[in-house]
Design a protein around this ligand. Structure first.
Ligand SMILES: Cc1cc2nc3c(=O)[nH]c(=O)nc-3n(C[C@H](O)[C@H](O)[C@H](O)COP(=O)(O)OP(=O)(O)OC[C@H]3O[C@@H](n4cnc5c(N)ncnc54)[C@H](O)[C@@H]3O)c2cc1C
Length: 393
C-alpha cells in the first residue's frame, strides 16, 4: 500500500491524513468545501486535549469555559464549575488548523467532491468533480451525510437525530444547558469567540418541532436571534443494536468519525471520537502485523477496546437519562438537585463534563455514592433531625 485517499476533510479526515503522511504514505485528502463552518457546537472536552495536547496548545482562536449552568423546569438552575475547561472553537477555525497540520505533514489537499468509488485489481478508482484518481486504500471521513452508499456506516432514521441552531451575536462566560420534559435531547448555549452557538438536538422529534422549541427558548430568554444565521445537520446516535452491525470497514477502506457513526449517544460529542478513531484507524493501517484483512480486524478491536463498547452502553442509557424518573422526579431534575446539594455527585458531574467518567463504570460509581449523596443533600437542606440514621454513610 503506497497511496491513500482520504475522503472528507473534517477533524476525522484531516487527522488521519496528518498521521498517514507523517508515516511516509502518499496521501491525498478530498473535501468538497475544505475548511468551513460545519454545523456544530464546537465543544472539545478535557479528554480530547489531554490525549491530543495540540488541540489546546495552538494560536487558533478558541474559548476556554469553566462554568456550565444546568436548567430544567421545576427546580432552580445550578452552576457546575468545571475542573478542566471545555474548549470551544468555531468549526471554520478548527477545521482550518487541522487541515494545515495535514498539509504540513505532507498530505496533498484537494478541493473536490468524491462522486463515485469503484474497485478493481485491489485498487480504487475515485471519480471526483475534478477528474479521476487511483488509490490503494481509502479512509472514509465524509461525515453523517455520507452519500457514498457502499462505504461507511448505514445510518437508519432511528440511528440519527436532527441537530440545529443559530449563530447569535453576543457573549457570556458560561455554557447553558436546558433540559425539557419529554425531550430526548437538550438545548445548549455555547459562547464562542465573537458569537454564541445556540442549538438543540433530540431524538424522535422532527427538525421543525425542534426549531420551534429552540426559538421559543431564545425568545423566552430575551435572546435576539431573528436574522441570525441558521444551521442544521444530522447527528449520528446509534441505537444499542446498531453498534453490533455497525459497518466501519470493508475491503480496502476504513471509516472514521461520523461516517462510522462514532458519536456519544447521550451528549452528542463527536469531535473527540472523530480524531480518536482516525488515530486508531491509522495505527491499524500502519501496523506491521497482519495482511489487509488483519488490519481491518485490528481497527475493529482497537475501536471496541478504546471507546465503542462504552458508547454502546451510553446508547442504552440515553433514553433513561432524558426521559426516565428517579425518586418521583425526572432524571434531569434530580441530577440538577443532586449537583446543587451533594459535593460527591457534583464531582461525578465534573468528570462527566471532562469526558473522563465512562458509562461502563458510571452506574457503579453512582450507586456507591448514593447513600453519601443523599446524606449530603439532606444535610444541606437542614433536615438532619428528621431523617433516619440509615442514610448516614
Ligand atoms: C448541531 C451539531 C452540534 C454539535 N456539537 C458538537 C460539540 O459541541 N462537540 C462535539 O464534540 N461534537 C459536536 N457535534 C458532532 C461533530 O460535529 C461531529 O461529530 C464531527 O464534525 C465529526 O467529524 P468528521 O470529521 O467525522 O465529519 P465532518 O466534520 O462532518 O466532516 C466531513 C467532511 O467531509 C466532507 N465531505 C462529505 N462528503 C464528501 C464527498 N463526497 N466528497 C468530498 N468531501 C466530502 C464535508 O465537506 C466535511 O468537511 C455536533 C454536531 C451537530 C450536528
Amino acid at each position: 500500500m503506497k497511496t491513500v485517499a482520504v475522503l472528507g476533510g473534517g477533524p476525522g479526515g484531516a487527522f488521519a491524513a496528518e498521521k498517514l503522511s507523517a508515516a511516509g504514505l502518499r496521501v491525498t485528502l478530498f473535501d468538497e468545501k475544505l475548511a468551513w463552518e460545519k454545523p456544530c457546537g464546537g465543544g472539545l472536552t478535557y479528554k480530547a486535549y489531554r490525549e491530543y495536547p495540540f488541540l489546546i496548545d495552538n494560536d487558533t482562536p478558541k474559548r476556554l469555559v469553566t462554568e456550565t449552568v444546568l436548567t430544567t423546569p421545576g427546580t432552580p438552575p445550578v452552576v457546575l464549575k468545571l475542573h478542566e475547561p471545555l474548549l470551544i472553537y468555531s468549526r471554520l477555525d478548527l477545521n482550518r488548523m487541522l487541515l494545515k497540520r495535514a498539509e504540513h505533514a505532507g498530505a496533498r489537499i484537494e478541493k473536490a467532491r468524491v462522486l463515485e468509488m469503484s474497485r478493481s485489481s485491489d485498487r480504487w478508482r475515485l471519480r471526483t468533480d475534478a477528474g479521476s484518481v487511483d488509490a490503494d486504500f481509502c479512509i472514509v471521513a465524509t461525515g453523517a451525510r455520507n452519500s457514498l452508499r457502499d462505504v461507511g456506516t448505514r445510518l437508519t432514521a432511528a440511528d440519527t437525530m436532527p441537530a440545529l441552531g443559530y449563530y447569535v451575536p453576543g457573549d457570556q462566560p458560561q455554557i447553558d444547558l436546558q433540559f425539557i420534559p419529554q425531550l430526548e435531547g437538550y438545548i445548549w448555549v455555547f459562547p464562542r469567540c465573537g458569537h454564541l452557538s445556540i442549538g438543540i438536538a433530540a431524538k424522535n422529534e422532527p427538525a421543525s418541532a425542534l426549531r420551534k422549541r429552540l426559538e421559543d427558548y431564545m425568545t423566552e430568554k430575551g435572546i435576539h436571534w431573528k436574522g441570525s444565521p441558521f444551521y442544521s445537520h444530522l447527528l449520528p446516535s446509534l441505537q444499542s443494536g446498531s453498534w453490533q452491525t455497525n459497518r466501519v470497514t470493508g475491503e480496502g477502506w476504513m471509516a472514521v468519525g461520523d461516517a462510522a457513526g462514532l458519536v456519544d449517544p447521550v451528549t452528542g460529542e463527536g469531535l473527540y471520537y472523530a480524531i480518536r478513531s482516525a488515530d486508531l484507524a491509522t495505527r491499524a493501517l500502519l501496523s506491521e502485523n497482519g495482511g489487509p484483512a488483519g488490519k481491518l480486524q485490528s481497527y475493529h478491536k482497537l475501536l471496541q477496546r478504546d471507546f465503542a463498547a462504552d458508547l454502546e452502553i451510553g446508547s442504552r442509557l440515553a433514553r433513561r437519562f432524558f426521559l426516565g424518573r428517579f425518586l418521583l422526579g425526572s432524571v434531569p431534575r434530580r441530577m440538577i438537585e443532586f449537583t446543587r446539594h451533594s459535593p460527591r455527585f457534583c464531582a461525578i458531574m465534573q468528570d462527566l463534563f471532562a469526558g473522563t467518567q465512562s458509562y461502563g463504570t458510571l452506574k457503579r460509581r453512582l450507586l456507591r455514592n448514593l447513600n453519601c449523596s443523599l446524606y449530603e443533600i439532606i444535610m444541606s437542606l437542614g433536615m438532619s433531625r428528621v431523617v433516619p440514621g440509615s442514610v448516614r454513610p
